[in-house]
Ligand binder design. Sequence first.
Ligand SMILES: [Fe+2]
Length: 279
Amino acid sequence: MPLTAVRAGAYLHHVAFESSNPRQLADFYASAMDMVAEQTGEDEWRCSGPNRRFVVRRGTDRKLSYAGLACRDSDGLEELKARARSEGLDILADPSPYFQDGAFAVRGPDDQIIVFGVAKADTVVRKGLQGPTQHLTFATFDVEAFEAFFHGKLGFALSDRVLHADGTLATSFVRSNHEHHTLACFKSNRQGVDHHSYEAGDWNVIRDWCDRFASLGISLMWGPGRHGPGNNLFIFIEDPDGNWIEISAELEVVHDRPVKNWPQEARTLNLWGKAILRS
Ligand SMILES: [Fe+2]
């Protein structure tokens, strides 16, 4: 089947999370993640920094409201919509404020709302630390279903897999452009989001992020380290709701290579040392 999502050049444009205390969460992203927070409704805040956007809506802590993936152009978007239809997926209305007319959403195997669209031009150009929204990862009971949906039905490319000793999937990494993963999914004893990530691009920028967190009294919860799949440098912090935020750099650029299978072991998650194994 064609790699329709890759042909569309989709990339993670924004994420929207629910929170029982949306003002507190928006304030955290404004200060820690170098964004400007604006209240855009009774129960909605939008935070934005340079090429990163985080929406907060009142609801259940740690629940993804939706993820917005921007396509390169309307031709790619229409091709992806036609593919989704031909695969029998329900085409849902676009809940996002960031996309032009023609955007659509689909519901993933764990009820994730994934929106595809062509981004509206930013009316305000934000300045600040570098770190575009880059990837979103899920926790699930069924990684095979994640792969069947995003690779099998929408045409994301498989980059890497992590396998348990019995051959079942521990993690799957899929891409919709040349970056190693746009989405990934970890086998877990819970369903939801594992983490979302911002790509700093350069090790020295990760240092600057860490200095910013230090000045705010925010401790790293994991890292620094280097992942096996994707080969990216990383640090993690946690927001007040318990969402995991990753700052990453040097993520592998993939053109054409076979899918690599990695063993589920600490070294795969962190070549440098301590790992947080999800299964
Ligand atoms: Fe990540």
